[in-house]
Write a protein that binds this ligand. Sequence first.
Ligand SMILES: Cc1cc2nc3c(=O)[nH]c(=O)nc-3n(C[C@H](O)[C@H](O)[C@H](O)COP(=O)(O)OP(=O)(O)OC[C@H]3O[C@@H](n4cnc5c(N)ncnc54)[C@H](O)[C@@H]3O)c2cc1C
Length: 390
Amino acid sequence: MDLQLDAAQAAFRDEVRAFIRERLPTKLRERVRKGLRPSREDVVAWQRILHERGWAAPHWPREFGGADLGQMERLILVDEIQRAPAPMPLHFNLTMLGPVLLQFGTPGQKRDWLPRLARLDTWFCQGFSEPGAGSDLASLRTTARREGDHYIVNGQKIWTTYAHMADWIFCLVRTGSESPRKQEGISFLLIDLKTPGIAIRPIRTIDGDHHLNEVFFDDVKVPAGNLVGAEGRGWEITKYLLGNERTGLAYAGTSRDRLAHALEIAARTREGGARAIDDASIRSEFAWLDAELRGLEIANWRLLLTPSAQRENHAFASVLKLKGVEIQQQIAALMLRVLGPAGLVRADEHEGERAEMAVPATRYLFTRASSIYGGTSEVQKDVLARALLG
Ligand SMILES: Cc1cc2nc3c(=O)[nH]c(=O)nc-3n(C[C@H](O)[C@H](O)[C@H](O)COP(=O)(O)OP(=O)(O)OC[C@H]3O[C@@H](n4cnc5c(N)ncnc54)[C@H](O)[C@@H]3O)c2cc1C
């Protein structure tokens, strides 16, 4: 992090660095650095280490497992975790559901859920998208019919990241309303994935990995107390959540680490004797990406340090998502240039010593998806055109 920090902030950054150096298992760090997915056990163990210090959810109140830290300390922490590099605390729990419960949950829901989310006692996944309802999310058709003190849920979700590893899912469901405005009549429901009537099927992606799923609901009985916010007013929650989700997707610290990793590899001798860094066009790509990334870092900090009420309806979060994704994709592409032919193999097709070289190809393929999830780049541009450019 190269922005000017005052003495107390610099001391906090040093404290975080020392903590991560001491507590982050080397194997896990190496795994993340290579771009390999950490296991569920690794993510849980690391989040609990952070949680001991209140650093899994640093900005939450202490009573809910946070540390009451200010926005600046939170930013320093996120930046240091991404640069370490270490796994980020689970996005679904910390950046999505947690803030929603803090804002819209009942006192009982806050008390019951927030500490479990922070400690990762319960792993949530996000059940928003459906076939036919992605960018146009308000067209969703999964229904929840009220019967006594339960809802009966029927329908299907798709592209559900880590549903196969999760314990619970937060879902958007249609609870009624004959209103012609499709944003009305949507509700936000928490559902235990062990409830009878739920089936999860894997989707294999182009990177050869299994992280996405389809989730089917067939007469699934959900206690009415699992509703968050008022029935039929889930769209308001959705907009709030998506604004937070996009803010978390810039991954500037991660890109900083990946650019540094690419540079390390560029300075090594490739098969055939040449070093990628000796190629002037590759050097200029590094310089250009370094400058782009510096711009993203500054914009990211500027947004996150702006009080949320002044954040122009979260539209600026779309700038960060858009630009952050472009940079992630460009770094992944540069890594492939640096590696030359050795980079053109997927990790699952490669074994032994050369597997490290193969991971960037897998990562390159995965980063193609980053301009789709969390709202596609085209949709972000629509948001910007309307909200910022008028
Ligand atoms: C790796 C990955 C992980 C994901 N994880 C989750 C998850 O955990 N939970 C979840 O709920 N969802 C998840 N998603 C789904 C993701 O949110 C949707 O894929 C995304 O919102 C796009 O929706 P869609 O796939 O239906 O495409 P569509 O909305 O059908 O879009 C198809 C194309 O049309 C373009 N388009 C659509 N509308 C417009 C418009 N108004 N103006 C201009 N162009 C437009 C899009 O940009 C895109 O190029 C994930 C997706 C991916 C790829």
